[in-house]
Ligand binder design. Structure first.
Ligand code: FES
Length: 384
């Protein structure tokens, strides 16, 4: 090649590279100038979907144009979905960390018969656009201050703890975190590789697992020197062995209801200062595709009156069951007494509530209840 041709070829290459760089620079520039999203309804595109375990799937969502998401580690977001012609609202904790603000990740475990979890797993794919609203939730590391953390989780209750841990490791390097997660077996540990990497990276991140059977202790495909494992259900002795200084930590708990009850009672029995104990569960009355009023046919029944409609409701069913059985409009995002979306007012009659978490003392005095967490104990009139 002559010197002139060589020079020309070189110049052509440089021009091409400059054009590519400019394009990349422009799209990166757009990211830096991304709109800030802090609250409200937003349409997002699913940009990634992957399996965490055999029955747990993560979805990454990003703005239709670049968006920076602001939320508190541990908070949840609510999906607005149309399933078989019906609007359905369901909340999931974000497993992503707000320290990585250009996308959010939601991690969903399939529930047998679960209307929303199975819809998401089967029907939402990369490229699909979904409407979400939020964020919400007081179970987060901004509203709850702590010096030393103990995260206790079971099953998919790991998602807020994972978000919190990643946020702490990104933003407050050296945070003192003890993380004890309970899972059926090695194959059911969600985020196993990522948690192992975090434990490898930080000596202050103590990772432990409670597994259900002894086989799992030796056959761990994800087992690394970075975690401790024990067999059986968590109790004070095992917790003390795994986290000897647990009494001096602030405790965050999330998991299925029986796990939450067991953990709360074991912590209470240890004379722990319960002002440093915080919990959240999203595993309450999940609506299934065949949700109906048949399930409690043997329980006592009363009449629920709403807007001139009379609905026969058993003492085993929630007000939400009755409202939905008549197809009346109500937003029930978490179905666990956490989000406050299903608030309504009892104007006559008596009820029993398992959660009033989002209600003020004035609202409770005025008869407001959370329909998802309230059962009827007499004939009741409800205002929605
Ligand atoms: S649906 Fe969230 S509090 Fe009832």
């Amino acid at each position: 090649m002559s010197g002139a041709l060589a020079a020309k070829a070189k110049i052509t290459t440089e021009v091409t590279a400059t054009a590519d760089n400019k394009k990349t620079t422009n799209s990166n520039d757009a990211l830096l100038k991304a709109d800030d999203w802090q609250r409200g309804d937003i349409q997002l595109r699913c940009t990634e979907k992957w399996h965490e375990t055999h029955d747990v799937i993560s979805f990454r969502f990003q703005g239709l144009s670049p968006v920076k998401f602001t939320y508190k580690p541990g908070q949840f977001i609510t999906f607005k979905l149309e399933i078989n012609g019906e609007m359905v609202y369901r909340s999931y904790t974000m497993s992503s960390s707000p320290s990585r603000p250009y996308s959010i990740v939601v991690t969903v475990k399939r529930i047998p018969g679960g209307q929303v979890s199975n819809f998401l797993a089967d029907s939402v794919n990369e490229g699909d656009v979904i409407t979400l609203m939020g964020p919400d939730g007081a179970f987060n590391l901004v509203d709850i201050a702590a010096e030393k953390y103990l995260f206790l989780s079971a099953g998919s209750g790991i998602t807020p703890m994972y978000s919190m841990s990643r946020w702490l490791l990104d933003t407050k390097v050296g945070s003192d975190i003890a993380f004890v997660h309970s899972a059926r077996g090695n194959d059911d540990i969600i985020f196993a590789d990522s948690l192992a990497a975090m434990a490898h990276r930080s000596a202050q991140f103590q990772l432990s697992y409670m597994l259900e059977s002894a086989d799992d202790l030796s056959a761990g495909i994800n087992h690394t020197a970075n975690d401790s494992r024990m067999v059986g259900r968590i109790d004070v002795e095992k917790l003390t062995a795994l986290v000897p200084d647990f009494m001096s930590r602030t405790i965050f708990v999330c998991g299925p209801e029986p796990y939450m009850v067991a953990v709360k009672s074991l912590i209470e029995s240890s004379t722990f200062d319960m002002s440093r104990f915080h919990q959240e569960s999203f595993t309450g009355a999940a609506k299934t595709s065949d949700s109906s009023t048949d399930s409690a046919s043997t329980a006592a029944k009363f009449m629920l009156s709403i807007d001139k409609k009379d609905i026969s409701l058993s003492t085993e069913q929630t007000l939400l069951d009755g409202i939905e059985s008549e197809g009346l409009p109500i937003i029930a995002a978490c179905r666990s007494g956490v989000c406050g979306a299903c608030k309504c007012q009892v104007t006559s009659g008596t009820t029993e509530s398992s959660s009033t978490m989002t209600l003020t003392a004035e609202e409770i005095a005025a008869g407001y209840v959370l329909a998802c967490s309230t059962k009827i104990t007499s004939d009741v009139t409800l205002k929605m």
